[in-house]
Design a protein around this ligand. Structure first.
Ligand SMILES: Cc1cc2nc3c(=O)[nH]c(=O)nc-3n(C[C@H](O)[C@H](O)[C@H](O)COP(=O)(O)OP(=O)(O)OC[C@H]3O[C@@H](n4cnc5c(N)ncnc54)[C@H](O)[C@@H]3O)c2cc1C
Length: 414
């Protein structure tokens, strides 16, 4: 595949852009692959990419029931940070954040990583103590964060109202190298690199059953026929419970709709990401000028991949206290995705009771930021049977009581 470069842009400008190739092939499935990954979201594609890049495993198919990146990967609010509390979380999220720094160069695809800084507001005494604790933990983990005072919050984000009627801003946990990236570009970049390595990305192909022989996975049934494989990775976010059921095991995961909205585009007014967990809302400004606003998860299990009006109202009402200027904005659109929530709000990257079948799920409301690190660890787990990045995230931790409690870092915010 031809590389994207400034030279290529100039060359194509001269010949009316007639020489660009398709970014990825659109093949029909083969009869058998070494590895099948179900789900062409960011995590599935990144897993395939690092299987090829780090372990030379390229006889891989990524099977997607819709279009690649059309699940949560293309629906999220793109916040990237690694300021979690527990060591295993900090390790995998910081690995991911570090990989994001050079992802555009690694993939030869501009993922528009923008490390503009992320602040999580402390609006109660309890939050001050919680975030100071996280800042200390992060210092020990080698994750650069600091607890900042209201004056610095205002300097970094002038449109903020520090003296809200219910919850004044008392400080914030600040991660200067957190930020955002373009979500579709992350999926497209990985897809293009996978296709370039000879892997097959098969879209509009739903997996309807998982086949097994002598306790080992042997293939999948799809809407395009039976496809055999030696190893299977299930990476389907909100549908993890459904696929686990097909493979014959149960997961401690619940699926709920989570939603977000954007305003009409306005002039640049905010160049950091702000998260306000007490009032529950977070906001950043996209490159197009829209204010990107994240809302809450539904309070009941469902597979409804769309927004609902009462959440929009709830989220905006809460945010207006801290950002009065948004009361004058019009909403442009809103949407939802199905997120897979575990009880301890940490993901599952694990072997399963079915031999050679692996699962990567439970990223809940915050897995976009983890895509490169998760793909790196999952690929290692699938190739070698062990990865230090994923070791603590086994599905059996719930049975053993070894929870990785991230309810403060991830339960509400993303
Ligand atoms: C509104 C919203 C805001 C969010 N904001 C953030 C944020 O700011 N920061 C952050 O880090 N995270 C955020 N997240 C979470 C993040 O989007 C997800 O954790 C992440 O994208 C999950 O990626 P994935 O690859 O696991 O899943 P997905 O991208 O959902 O991919 C799974 C794929 O599996 C496919 N699939 C399902 N069943 C089958 C089947 N039977 N056969 C074949 N294919 C199948 C689906 O079609 C889908 O494309 C947000 C999520 C939402 C919904």
């Amino acid at each position: 595949m031809k590389r994207y470069s400034a030279f290529a842009v100039a060359r194509e400008a001269l010949r009316f852009h007639s020489g660009w190739e398709r970014a990825w092939r659109n093949p029909e499935p083969k009869k058998k692959y070494g590895v099948i990954i179900i789900g062409a979201g960011g995590h599935g594609l990144a897993t395939a990419y690092y299987l090829g890049r780090n372990f030379g495993i390229k006889n891989v198919a990524v099977i997607e029931k819709g279009w690649l990146g059309g699940g949560n990967t293309g629906r999220n609010t793109t916040i990237i940070r690694s300021n979690y509390l527990q060591d295993p979380s900090a390790a995998i999220y910081e690995k991911a954040r570090g990989l994001y720094e050079t992802l555009s160069q690694d993939l030869n695809f501009n993922v528009m990583f923008s490390p503009r800084g992320v602040m999580m507001l402390a609006q109660t005494q309890h939050e001050i103590r919680g975030y100071q604790r996280t800042a200390h933990a992060n210092a020990l983990q080698g994750v650069v964060t600091e607890f900042i005072l209201p004056k610095r919050v205002k300097e970094l984000c002038p449109i903020i109202n520090l003296d809200g009627p219910r919850y004044p801003v008392l400080g914030a946990l600040w991660q200067p190298r957190g930020g955002t990236a373009r979500h579709d570009a992350v999926a497209w970049g990985y897809a293009r690199a996978c296709s370039d390595m000879g892997m097959d990305i098969i879209q509009k192909c739903e997996v309807t059953a998982v086949h097994q022989k002598d306790g080992k996975v042997s293939g999948v049934e799809t809407t395009k026929g039976t496809i055999e494989c030696d190893k299977l990775g299930i990476v389907v976010a909100g549908h993890s419970g459904v696929l686990a059921d097909m493979a014959g095991f149960r997961l401690p995961v619940e699926s709920v709709a989570l939603q977000a909205l954007v305003s009409e585009p306005i002039k640049p007014c905010m160049d950091v990401v702000v998260m306000a967990n007490t009032v529950h809302g977070y906001m950043s400004q996209s490159d197009k000028g829209e204010m990107v606003i994240g809302g809450g998860a539904d309070g009941y299990n469902n597979y409804t991949q769309r927004g609902s009006f009462h959440h929009v109202e709830e989220t905006v009402r809460a945010l207006v206290e801290t950002f009065p200027m948004i009361s004058r904005l019009k909403m442009l659109r809103w949407w939802g995705g199905i997120v897979d929530m575990t009880g301890d709000r940490s993901p599952i990257l694990s072997k399963t009771p079915l031999e050679n079948c692996f699962i990567n799920c439970g990223w809940g409301t915050g897995g976009f930021k983890a895509i490169p690190g998760s793909g790196w660890g999952m690929a290692e787990l699938m190739a070698k049977g062990f990865s230090p990045l994923t070791d603590e995230f086994s599905m059996w931790r719930f049975k053993e009581g070894k929870f990785i409690d991230e309810s403060v870092a991830a339960g509400v915010a993303h």
